[in-house]
Design a protein around this ligand. Structure first.
Ligand code: ADP
Length: 543
């Protein structure tokens, strides 16, 4: 049978074209790296993106070339985000917080030919420049007045580079399955692994992520992505926002609570970041007796969101929390906790319980849990198992590896441990390498941490399993007290005992001055384990 429909290649450039054509004057504003708040529109972002496409072509960029970008969330970064794939090249997001060795590794491994860098981040590149062999040009993302002095020769000024290019430069066309962007997982063990998104995977992901039961994003929203564009595909915000034609507020480099608050109050309706950011903001609001005037929804993911954060946002500030789970390997959205009618019908307390879960997946993501033998487990909301995913924007194989990262049935092993309930709501109980295995049972480190953090004097907590000859592992809780407080050990134990059985309770509580984090803001349990090893820590009953 003949099919009669048009072939519409799912290229990311078409997303920006849509925004520029149907939402041309929608504000795209934000704090620039130079300092002032700048105002742009989707039409201007698109014009600059096309200018960049033209400029990259004059530098000899060919289809498939990789361009590394180390930049904060700015309006300029949005043009870069589209100008690179517009030239047929691949946008490799670089996290400035990575260790120097990791940066050298990923820039070399991905074969970046050009680097584009915010001027304040240039020292990060200068420090590793001698170890980068394949870089042909470095473009500094600023104007002539802000070009820094540098040890690197022949730096190119971005604004000068694009100034004389045509705002109508055509995109390089091609197949929707061509590569479009690369993001490396932060690689808590071993080298980071590269995930190469295609135009198609990004477009399909953005379409499913913006639907009502997911982000529920519309042209009436103003979204502020606090999550950096260099984390996990920028949580797709640079695609979902123009796809629906909503306004954007880009926070720039300053993520301090006061700076974020100032921007939130400029009409932002929706924002997104990891829990640590929100802990800081909520404290700032409390300390200064502030209200949130326009914010309606906040997406919290990347790490488990403490219940206290959800409750405070909702009951004190009237802001709905969307607890989300995802991974770099999933572009990144896996699930979002929006309410299906089954949940809306529940009591307020049961709804809050539901928000401890990360919710349900959109169309294009499929999930399952299995036991140690690989048998598929029931969705009873209780049985924990390894979480697997399949989908249109889920990784198939890491860059330059010679086999797929999938099992024989095409499922990707997320490395997370989860339960799924009968409504399809997923509860992430741990990363498989962090789950505490005691006497053949599993204790969720995330649940211990979230419970501990409800104590008013605890700023942050980390639970880790320490080897034990009889039980295999026993939990130890590391606690970072809030400044100026000295939380009481017995009080913390009493708090935990309200939710945990005796065998799940930590064997020890250690008070620490700092809890180390990875480059993507997660608690680094690897570092904590190393620290305990270095101090020759022993569990109380083994000391
Ligand atoms: P990286 O691995 O580079 O730190 P990712 O964003 O890819 O960055 O990390 C994905 C992991 O983050 C997930 O596999 C999961 O362990 C954790 N994670 C993400 N969202 C949540 C959440 N809402 N609750 C618990 N864990 C989460």
């Amino acid at each position: 049978m003949q099919q009669t429909m048009q072939d519409f290649p799912l290229r990311v450039g078409s997303i920006l074209d849509h925004a520029a054509r149907y939402h041309p004057d929608r504000p795209v504003s934000g704090r620039s790296v130079e300092g002032p708040i700048v105002r742009s529109t989707w039409q201007q972002v698109a014009q600059d993106a096309r200018r960049l496409t033209g400029a990259l072509q004059t530098l000899g960029v060919q289809k498939g070339d990789v361009i590394g970008v180390m930049a904060w969330n700015t309006t300029r970064h949005l043009s870069v985000w589209y100008g690179i794939p517009g030239a047929g090249a691949v946008n490799h997001t670089l996290n400035p917080r990575l260790f120097a060795d990791q940066l050298v590794y990923i820039i070399t491994h991905a074969e970046d030919r050009i680097l584009m860098v915010d001027f304040d981040l240039l020292p990060v590149i200068e420090a590793i420049y001698d170890r980068l062999s394949g870089i042909e040009h470095i473009i500094v993302l600023t104007d002539r007045d802000h070009m820094p002095d540098s040890t690197i020769p022949d730096l190119i000024c971005y604004e000068n580079l694009i100034r004389d290019q045509s705002p109508d430069t055509p995109w390089v066309e091609g197949d929707e399955r061509e590569p479009c962007g690369i993001c490396y997982t932060s690689g808590t063990t071993g080298n980071p692994k590269g995930v190469v998104y295609t135009h198609r995977s990004n477009v399909l992901h953005a379409m499913s992520a913006s639907t009502p039961d997911m982000l529920n994003l519309s042209s009436n929203d103003t979204i502020m992505p606090v999550v950096p564009l260099f984390h996990a595909n920028g949580w797709s915000t640079a695609y979902t926002a123009p796809l629906v034609g909503c306004a954007m507020m880009m926070p720039g480099r300053d993520m301090a609570p006061a700076a974020l608050y100032e921007l939130l109050e400029m009409g932002v309706t929706m924002t997104a970041a990891v829990p640590t950011i929100w802990l800081g903001l909520l404290q700032h609001l409390k300390d200064n007796d502030l209200k949130l005037g326009t914010l309606e929804r906040v997406i919290i993911g990347g790490a488990s969101c403490p219940r206290a954060v959800i409750e405070t946002f909702q009951s004190i500030y009237g802001v709905k929390v969307l607890h989300a789970w995802g991974m770099t390997e999933m572009s990144p959205l896996g699930t979002i906790c929006s309410f299906k009618p089954e949940i809306t019908r529940m009591s307020p307390m049961a709804q809050l319980d539901a928000q401890d879960t990360v919710g349900h997946p959109p169309y294009t993501v499929d999930l399952r849990i299995t036991d140690e033998t690989g048998a598929v487990l029931d969705w009873d909301g209780k049985t924990q198992g390894d979480l697997w995913a399949k989908g249109a924007a889920v990784v198939q194989r890491y860059l330059k590896q010679d086999s797929d990262a999938l099992d024989a049935d095409g499922w990707f092993h997320t490395g997370d441990v989860a339960t799924i309930d009968r409504h399809g709501y997923v509860r992430i109980t741990d990363r498989s390498k962090d789950v505490i295995k005691s006497g053949g049972e599993w204790i969720s480190s995330i649940e211990l941490e979230n419970c501990a953090i409800a104590h008013p004097d605890i700023a942050e907590a980390a639970a880790i399993g320490m080897p034990h000859p009889k039980w295999d592992e026993r939990p130890v809780l590391l606690v970072l007290p809030r400044a100026g407080t000295r939380p009481d050990r017995a009080e913390i134990m009493a708090l935990l005992s309200e939710r945990f059985a005796k065998w799940q309770m930590p064997d020890d509580i250690l008070f620490v001055d700092e809890i180390p984090h990875t480059a993507t803001g997660k608690i680094s349990k690897l570092t904590l384990r190393e620290r305990l090893k270095a101090m020759d820590y022993r569990l109380p009953d083994l000391a």
